[in-house]
Write a protein of this length. Structure first.
Length: 192
């Protein structure tokens, strides 16, 4: 059965009356609405856009889309502002606590309110937690310094003790050598 006869589109082999497979089915090409989809390869964006469009009954109205986008933009701005304010307050708390003097929560609250102009009464729990976290970090750093200093003192004491023991050992060896030399000297003089 000659294959190229199917290209004519009739699907009939005129020599023996048998039908042949059209080339589009044999090769696996897909024909949609009488069009070859490879024609869309010249315009991939158009083809992609056609595939991704939602049906009209599932699309939001443009006004609602704009409202959602503006709400999102407002939320992002508020979040950025909130993050900046929180960082500013954290920096202030760090500065206050780094002064290494006792500061009560009302003192910290007053200094933060005076500096930022923000009423902190409704945020006292957050302010207290932030202060506790900062104090915890300060105490951990101080503990590391104390441990390091203590280990340094212990190492210094150990070195001093080791030096004293070595010195005593050297002196003992020196006395032993001097005593042996004296005994040897007396023995030599006694035989002479």
């Amino acid at each position: 059965m000659p294959f190229d006869r199917g290209l004519g589109g009739s699907g009939l082999d005129s020599s023996n009356g048998a039908t042949t497979t059209p080339i589009s089915k044999a090769v696996g090409l897909m024909v949609v609405d009488g069009k070859n989809p490879s024609a869309h390869l010249h315009h991939p964006q158009r083809h992609h856009k056609e595939l991704n469009q939602r049906p009209l009954h599932t699309q939001l109205p443009p006004a609602q889309v704009l409202a959602i986008l503006s709400q999102h933009a407002d939320a992002v701005k508020r979040e950025e502002w909130t993050n900046n304010v929180q960082e500013t307050v954290r920096d202030l708390i760090s500065t206050i606590l780094d002064q290494e003097r006792y500061s009560s929560l009302p003192d910290i609250q007053g200094q933060v309110e005076a500096t930022t102009g923000i009423d902190m009464r409704s945020h006292l729990d957050w302010l207290q937690d932030t202060s506790k976290q900062k104090l915890k970090r300060i105490n951990q750093a101080a503990e590391v310094i104390r441990v390091t200093a203590a280990s340094t003192r212990v190492q210094r004491a150990f070195r001093a003790r080791r030096w004293a023991l070595r010195r005593r050992s050297r002196l003992r060896l020196e006395h032993t050598r001097v005593a042996a030399d004296r005994v040897a000297q007396q023995a030599i003089q006694g035989y002479a």
